[in-house]
Design a protein around this ligand. Structure first.
Ligand SMILES: Nc1nc2c(c(=O)[nH]1)N[C@H]1C(S)=C(S)[C@@H](COP(=O)(O)OP(=O)(O)OC[C@H]3O[C@@H](n4cnc5c(=O)[nH]c(N)nc54)[C@H](O)[C@@H]3O)O[C@H]1N2
Ligand SMILES: Nc1nc2c(c(=O)[nH]1)N[C@H]1C(S)=C(S)[C@@H](COP(=O)(O)OP(=O)(O)OC[C@H]3O[C@@H](n4cnc5c(=O)[nH]c(N)nc54)[C@H](O)[C@@H]3O)O[C@H]1N2
Ligand code: SF4
Ligand SMILES: [Mo]
Length: 891
């Protein structure tokens, strides 16, 4: 087909969330145009704001493109030889358990397989764990106990077919936006939504029912539901008799607490009527899907939360049927692939664990007699072992633990003291890279090539769109080269990712009599067939048709084929709040950013929705400590302190506060949430309780503040204790800062910034220390600096846009230091629709012009018409808009 000037599109998979959307990508040089792949079953052509912005993140800026030993560039052979030597020496002196790998759900399956094979098979230690420990470990443990293996029963079609979807600790509108859009479509034909979340998230805002439960009371709620279902006779006794063990034990355990709706409602902090509405909706809706995510998993009772949800589904037989299942949704693009291959310390490989027969089988397959015979250390314990010296060499791949682990200050101490740290990443300056003795440049999305498995067990190809830049290499190849240098070359002599994949598929089928995870149909893929592989769900039989739904015959992967209901008791969080730390600190995600910002942070548009670290506080809790709207606020726990902008909102329950997890040293050193978080874990899964740490808030009370907009990006200046935030813009970088010092502190800042070349326009008030500067070179604006010691600063949008034209317009020059254009001031407000780039003010204007519905706003402005993740926010703006319009009409 003639396609004009367009280069042919390559079908690939989005590198962000576990929805696993298909992307059609057209590359030209290093630039890229993307659109949703209409043929991909996960998204049928849709992409969210993050997926749509992929083109803005594939530049080479900030990339690590050469191996580094310390601060010097090294060759690959030197770097891999050093990693191999340090690991081999450490193992020789201290045994295999003195080394560790910490890996990630953002590796491809081929990478994961290679890393696991090297550590568990050839080094002979279980010490490989993954950031999925922070993410999916509780769900994995619950699946294993209930189903006999880590099996996700449902598929996305179930979300289309369900009449009721229950979201447990899942802000799908922001975190799995394309699936949420699918469910929005299902609502058109009557699907109802219940959201269980202490916050009124955008998912909750548009739901039929929001249960804003007290933090960490989910087990009580789900146990209460099951007791209620039993009372009503709404359980499926035939299904239980034929397919489920443990019902009697669960029923007996329920009787140990008062399960009356009023008692449950009181303990969960819910209105009795809301609880009863939920119980009734659940009881009367056979086609129910219960999605559960981080509000369930990231808890000291995460496994119990998962099991309580599975119990309700097993007791009602709502599993393995179209539109009915419990559904643990995965976060990362290949969280599932990591669980399959054995990336977790307590699993071996291919859904086999450490039973002697499994170890023997895997060892036989690998030809690796030293294969680890016992589990290794889970992430939190692993970093503790690094800290106390039991682990002496660690290799971190595709994850940023200095930011994302709980008690991150302690993790940084551990890495700083570790005799040998290797880090594989595509970026040069992550917070974790700062601790690396050896830096290994990995291929990034768009360059690497292999497979990922999404939330519904669907294997999709990520394909290379660009040639490998610099010296960067695929992760699996880096691992294979280190393995070879350690003397294991024969077992790692793959010639391509296809050959790694085939070996992996063979392992799943090897002596497989009872394992559901079976890729038998993919064992014989030729190189071309692998390259052309269409998305397919496992298990894949030898006829190669995938399986959308598991347990349709009521048979599970347990010895007797029956599922297990497991009694679970409601408990409080690991550490209760007390008078010193009276608030429950909850953390999580924002709509347009991905984790530690190393990639989405490159797209200026993705910064506009939430440019700075913030803390959501209920207005009454804020008033009690004198914290005002928009004020810089200290968030303090027994572990540390962060400073963030207060967002006062009744969407936050009283008694709790919420901070996003995303900020790093690179963007806002004082806005990092994880130095606050207690490393409390679920005793079974080892997953940290990221959703609860006792905390308090206090006003920061800066004595001065300001902003710097410059072509160059600046890190927080050393020697001044500034609250520093770096916010990328289209043609410049905005830096916001505030301090509690005096003139001396401002002097430290000015010295750190230095003076660019060019002409200086300036205005200052020596009496107060206020100052405004603009630097212009060659007619182009280079830098503006505004410092205030009281009073307000002008909006930044207009000033930042002045960096876009090649020559600064003369009329702008005249009013520059007033911080306002010659005409009316334009403050566009936050970016509501990141896909179509529609800011809050434009939406308000559309509302003013008569657009009264989300659809009408979409028709007028385009907002909300792509991925739709901003639709709840548009609805909220419209709802809030009416009184404003009335006042204006009156005026
Ligand atoms: N935009 C964006 N999307 C992402 C990601 C991203 O970084 N950015 N990351 C991906 C990854 S890896 C993951 S794991 C997923 C996570 O996706 P989600 O789980 O949806 O995200 P979170 O914001 O971490 O947490 C979800 C909700 O749990 C609630 N919660 C807190 N405590 C409790 C509780 O005790 N009970 C209940 N029921 N709820 C509670 C929080 O208030 C929060 O709204 O998102 C994926 N998608
Ligand atoms: N407070 C709090 N903390 C949390 C959470 C929370 O809800 N609250 N959630 C937790 C969860 S669910 C998760 S999943 C984690 C995520 O936390 P991390 O995994 O630490 O976050 P990312 O920013 O995704 O880190 C991925 C790193 O890999 C690099 N990278 C990307 N692609 C490749 C590649 O192909 N190869 C290599 N070698 N490197 C690559 C990126 O540049 C980046 O540095 O955070 C956890 N931490
Ligand atoms: S929903 Fe968005 S982030 Fe997730 S896979 Fe699809 S496009 Fe990527
Ligand atoms: Mo995650």
């Amino acid at each position: 087909m003639a396609d004009g000037a367009l280069t042919p599109a390559t079908a690939t998979t989005c590198p962000y969330c576990g929805v696993g959307c298909g992307v059609e990508a057209r590359a030209e040089g290093r630039s890229l145009a993307v659109s949703g792949d209409l043929r991909h079953p996960a998204n049928a052509g849709r992409l969210c704001s993050k997926g749509s912005a992929l083109g803005a993140t594939v530049g080479l800026e900030g990339r690590l493109l050469t191996p580094m030993i310390g601060e010097r560039e090294a060759s690959w052979s030197e770097a891999t030889a050093l990693v191999a030597r340090r690991f081999s020496q450490t193992i020789a002196r201290h045994g295999p358990d003195s080394v560790a790998f910490y890996v990630s759900g953002q590796l491809l399956t081929e990478d994961y397989y290679a890393a696991n094979k090297l550590m568990k098979g050839f080094i002979g230690s279980g010490n490989i764990d993954t950031n999925s420990r922070l993410c999916m470990a509780s769900a994995v443990a619950a699946h294993k106990q209930a189903f006999g293996a880590d099996l996700v029963p449902g598929c996305y079609e179930d979300l289309d077919l369900a009449d009721l979807v229950v979201f447990s600790g899942h802000n799908a509108a922001w975190t799995h936006p394309v699936l949420f859009r699918r469910m929005e479509a299902a609502r058109g034909r009557g699907q109802r939504h219940v959201v269980i979340d202490p916050r009124r998230t955008d998912t909750a805002e548009v739901a039929d029912l929001h249960l804003a439960l007290a933090p960490q009371t989910d087990v009580r709620l789900w146990n209460g539901l099951l007791a209620d279902l039993i009372r009503r006779g709404a359980i499926d006794r035939t299904y239980i008799a034929e397919h489920v063990n443990g019902f009697a034990a669960v029923e007996a355990a329920l009787c140990e607490a008062d399960q009356s709706p009023s008692a449950v409602a009181a303990d969960c902090g819910l209105a009795l009527g809301d609880l009863e509405t939920f119980f009734q909706m659940f009881a009367e809706t056979p086609k129910t899907v219960s999605l559960f995510s981080m509000g369930a998993n990231q808890s000291a009772q995460g496994v119990a939360k998962g099991l309580a949800i599975l119990n309700a589904h097993l007791a009602t037989g709502r599993i393995g049927k179209p539109g009915a299942c419990p559904f643990s949704i995965t976060g990362q693009p290949n969280a599932m692939g990591g669980r399959e291959t054995g990336g977790m310390a307590n699993t071996l490989a291919g859904h086999m664990d450490f039973a002697p027969a499994d170890v023997a089988r895997v060892a036989r397959f690998w030809g690796a007699p030293e294969t680890a015979a016992k589990p290794g250390l889970k992430a939190v314990d692993m970093f503790e072992a690094v800290r106390d010296g039991r682990i002496k060499a660690i290799w971190i791949m595709a994850t940023n633990p200095a930011v994302s682990m709980p008690d991150a200050t302690r993790v940084r101490e551990a890495l700083a003291n570790c005799p040998f740290v290797a880090v594989s990443d595509c970026m040069a300056d992550t917070d974790t890279m700062a601790f690396a003795h050896v830096k290994l440049p990995a291929l990034a999305w768009g360059e690497k090539d292999g497979t990922v498995t999404n939330s519904e067990r669907r294997i999709s190809r990520q394909r290379a769109l660009f040639p490998a830049p610099g010296q960067a290499r695929p992760d699996w190849r880096i691992i294979a080269e280190v393995a070879e240098a350690m003397g294991f070359g024969d077992a790692f002599a793959w010639t391509s990712q296809a050959s790694v994949f085939r070996e992996w598929a063979r392992l799943t089928a090897f002596e497989n009599t009872d394992r559901t995870l079976d890729l038998a149909g993919l064992v014989g893929l030729s190189r071309d067939e692998y390259d052309d592989l269409r998305p397919v769900q496992w298990p894949v039989g030898s006829d190669r048709a995938g399986t959308p739904r598991l347990f349709t015959d009521g048979r599970f992967q347990t010895a007797d084929g029956r599922a297990n209901m497991v009694p679970v008791q409601a408990k409080g969080p690991a550490t209760a709040c007390d008078p010193a730390y009276p608030l429950s600190l909850n953390t999580g995600r924002i709509r347009d950013q991905w984790h530690t910002l190393t990639r989405t942070g490159l797209a200026a548009d993705l910064w506009r929705h939430a440019p700075e670290p913030f803390v959501e506080i209920h207005p009454e809790d804020a008033a009690a400590v004198g914290v005002g709207q928009g004020a810089l606020t200290r968030v303090q726990t027994a572990r540390g302190e962060a400073v963030a902008i207060a967002r006062l909102t009744d969407r936050q329950r009283r008694g709790g506060v919420f901070m996003p997890m995303h900020w790093t040293d690179a963007y806002a050193p004082s806005g990092r949430s994880n130095s606050l978080i207690a490393p409390n874990i679920d005793p079974t899964s080892g997953q940290p309780e990221f959703k609860h740490t006792p905390a308090r808030v206090r006003a920061y009370r800066e004595t001065w503040k300001g902003f710097l907009i410059s072509r160059q990006a600046f890190a927080a200046p050393e020697g001044a204790e500034l609250i520093w935030r770096r916010i990328p813009q289209t043609a410049c970088t905005l830096h916001e800062f505030a301090g509690r010092g005096d003139e001396a502190e401002r002097e430290v800042l000015r010295r750190a910034l230095g003076e660019p070349a060019g002409e200086l326009l300036t205005y200052g008030d020596p009496a107060t220390g206020a100052r405004r500067e603009a630097w212009i070179a060659g007619g182009r604006l280079e830098r503006v600096l505004f410092i205030a010691t009281g009073g307000a600063l002008p909006p930044r949008d207009w000033l930042a846009e002045l960096f876009e034209p090649a020559i600064l317009p003369a009329e702008a020059r005249a009013t520059l230091l007033f911080g306002r254009p010659p005409g009316p001031v334009i403050d566009k407000g936050p970016m509501v629709c990141a896909c179509l780039k529609v800011a809050a003010r434009t939406i308000d204007q559309a509302a003013l012009a008569g657009a009264a519905t989300v659809e009408a706003v979409g028709a007028a402005t385009g907002a909300g018409t792509n991925c739709g993740s901003c639709r709840p926010e548009i609805a909220r703006r419209l709802a809030a808009f009416t009184p404003v319009r009335e006042t204006q009409d009156a005026a």
